[in-house]
Design a protein around this ligand. Structure first.
Ligand code: MG
Length: 271
């Protein structure tokens, strides 16, 4: 069962998305050689607290509950890295993935950053992965089925010489972070079997993960961190996106209207 959201519900989800955007901005300002992954997570959590937003990742059940508000994944770490004492170095890449709930509605987004200057091939990995997400957002209002979008995303990554991760997928999002449908970034028999029609009211967390080398991913013994099997770097970009009758709205993007700027300022000022 895929949930379709009204214009009013999408406006409410935008608030969670704005807080997620603000949290990413706060963390991005800290990224430089010498910062720890724990400091990035603390910056995210401080923004959530300021807006009275509930972190979605903290306490997610597993062999150990996820201990932080942000997944912070460095270099060959694909997703679900645990932030802590690790110090970032010049030339690293770092993926931050976080989400929160505001007023009962969820937002979820991820970005991969270069730490200082990275080698050109790694920069290309970041550009291609961001480009894959941008392509999805561009195609969403133009195609009838998700599989058509997924096929194009996979082709774009393949033609760039990189690999799409197929062990993890995006998801519907609304009252809960993970709702149906599954939103794969590749098109195989499973994609077609679980295909869905692109209709106004759909809200999806679209999140391509792209590996520089082979697509295979393995789990580390900390029960959370997922790394590339070949040890090569991986990048991850994600937005929460609403499909509306007038096109596509990126709910975790920067404020655009006066109302959105106003809400961000007022909500922060509230006791
Ligand atoms: Mg997600």
């Amino acid at each position: 069962m895929v949930n379709l959201r009204s214009a009013r519900e999408i406006r409410l989800m935008r608030r969670a998305g704005l807080v997620v955007w603000q949290a990413h901005e706060a963390a991005a300002r800290l990224i430089r050689p010498g910062v720890t992954t724990g400091e990035l997570d603390a910056a995210v959590e401080a923004v959530f607290q300021r807006y009275d937003a509930t972190p979605l990742f903290k306490g997610v059940p597993g062999k150990i509950p996820f201990p932080a508000a942000t997944c912070v994944s460095v270099n060959e770490e694909v997703v679900h890295g645990i932030p802590g004492k690790r110090v970032l170095k010049e030339g690293d890449i770092v993926s931050l993935d976080t989400g929160c709930r505001v007023g009962g509605w969820c937002g979820d987004a991820a970005r991969t950053h270069a730490v200082g200057t990275v080698v050109p091939e790694v920069q290309r990995l970041l550009d291609v992965t961001r480009g894959t997400l941008e392509l999805a957002i561009e195609l969403l209002p133009k195609q009838a089925l998700w599989s058509e979008v997924a096929e194009r995303l996979a082709r774009f990554v393949r033609e760039s010489g990189f690999s799409v991760v197929d062990q993890f997928v995006g998801h519907g999002i609304g009252r809960d972070m993970h709702e149906p449908p599954q939103v794969p970034n590749f098109c195989n028999a499973t994609t077609r079997r679980n295909d869905f029609r692109l209709r106004p009211g759909l809200v999806l967390a679209i999140e391509p993960m792209v590996n520089m080398g082979k697509k295979q991913v393995v789990g580390r013994s900390d029960h959370w961190t997922q790394v590339t099997a070949d040890g090569k770097p991986s990048a991850h970009f994600e937005h929460t996106v609403a499909l509306t009758s007038s096109g596509c709205q990126v709910l975790t993007g920067p404020p655009v209207t006066d109302e959105e700027h106003g809400w961000l300022n007022e909500a922060r000022a509230a006791p």
